[in-house]
Ligand binder design. Structure first.
Ligand code: SF4
Length: 397
């Protein structure tokens, strides 16, 4: 069982703080959002960094700040403009909440961010970690932070041998994070522990011989650094097959904006639905027409060529009936043009993308579908798979 807090004393804390700060002075990372203590920039970067790597965030952050340089500009923007800039980062509720919170800061707080973590937590989309990060990084308040890197680092430092993501583990770690943070140099301290966690105390193969905290580390002392933190149980993965149908009428396509209660709320999408029909779910696409969402599209120019048309699977008539049910249109279904594999939370999704021609029919009232030109397709916010499909359509006129 962990020694914390029984035998961790003030001397241990003082030594640990000074080791952390000394290391940071020599090794801290230079990141675009660390160049200033502007709470707006810190807030944007912290929201982007949730579930996303630093390398992926940097270009998004720079584009976002260029377009919305302060909280006033963000509050004035349309939600769609914010979502368009967020495209590809995923977890789109983060962008919707950013936009909402900007409105609150501008209209209810006179454009100023509160300094305390408690007040910051009242804003949409700001959880305990983000509140602590803004409060400490921007205002140097001694606020606790706990994210993936500090969770691992702190668990190892105190040899936490319960699930660090469970209720009890979280309680202990947050308490520890509040106890350990430097009172006078909270901004540097919190950035330093995140850097040590990501660069030295890595998930696999922690680099203990170079670690500045080795003399304070309980897991190292016990030789347990590779077994702590305890692994979280793997989520059950569910396989799902969906189809995305680009209904084409002249040079326009049928799209709708996803509703508040749906996955990717606020983004636009082609006609898309899940298929349980075994005739569709078992369709086998040729290898060259398959891709993963993270990979480059295979040779786009040849995707519409009919060199392999004979080998393309035929799709059942039930698909065009479903398109009719959802949109009101009668369509001629073509072959699938590409299959994309991607993941959303615990779902592994196999997405068959098809193009079909509009024959006749009136758009179903209240379903939200609209005919969108290719130009609109370029400016509307789409999901990552929707954008892949749209680019493919664009490149194959
Ligand atoms: S000594 Fe090893 S396990 Fe302990 S904090 Fe440093 S890198 Fe992590």
């Amino acid at each position: 069982m962990s020694a914390y807090p029984k035998d961790l004393d003030l001397g241990w804390r003082r030594r640990l703080r000074s080791r952390v700060l000394r290391w940071y002075g020599q090794n801290g990372r230079t990141l675009p959002w660390r160049k200033s203590a502007d709470p707006y920039r810190i807030w944007i970067s912290e929201i982007m960094l949730q579930q996303t790597t630093v390398a992926a965030v940097v270009p998004y952050f720079e584009r976002f700040i260029e377009r919305f340089p302060d909280v006033h500009r963000l509050a004035e923007a349309e939600q769609g403009q914010v979502l368009r800039l967020w495209e590809g980062l995923g977890y789109y509720s983060r962008a919707r909440n950013l936009h909402k919170a900007a409105g609150v800061v501008v209209h209810e707080m006179d454009g100023r961010f509160p300094e305390s973590a408690e007040e910051l937590k009242q804003l949409p989309g700001i959880g305990p970690y983000t509140a602590g990060a803004i409060s400490s990084f921007a205002f140097n308040q001694p606020a606790a932070i706990l994210e993936a890197n500090t969770l691992r680092l702190y668990s190892r430092l105190i040899e936490l041998d319960i699930d660090p993501r469970g209720t009890e583990g979280q309680k202990k770690l947050w308490k520890f994070a509040g106890w350990i943070v430097s009172r006078r140099r909270a901004a540097e301290f919190n950035q330093a522990v995140m850097d040590i966690g990501s660069q030295v105390c890595r998930p696999v193969d922690p680099n203990c011989p170079t670690c500045p905290l080795m003399p304070s580390c309980r897991s190292y002392e016990a030789g347990r650094q590779s077994e702590i933190p305890l692994e979280k149980p793997k989520p059950q993965i569910t396989d799902v097959t969906e189809v995305s149908v680009a209904v084409k009428k002249g040079g326009r396509f049928l799209l709708r904006q996803r509703a508040e209660n749906e996955r990717w709320a606020g983004l636009w999408d082609f006609v898309r639905f899940e298929v349980r029909d075994a005739d569709v779910a078992n369709v086998q696409m040729p290898e060259r027409r398959r891709t993963r969402v993270t990979a480059a599209l295979p040779g786009q120019r040849s995707l519409f060529a009919d060199d392999d048309a004979k080998s393309l699977p035929r799709l059942p008539i039930s698909l065009s009936e479903r398109v009719n049910e959802l949109t009101g249109t009668i369509v001629t279904l073509y072959e699938p043009i590409i299959e994309i594999e991607h993941a959303v939370t615990r779902y592994r999704i196999r997405l068959l993308c098809l193009v079909c021609d509009f024959d006749h029919g009136r758009l179903k009232q209240g379903a939200g579908y609209q005919w969108c030109s290719r130009n609109q397709l370029r400016s509307l916010p789409l999901s990552t798979t929707g954008r892949r499909f749209a680019q493919l359509l664009d490149s194959c006129r």
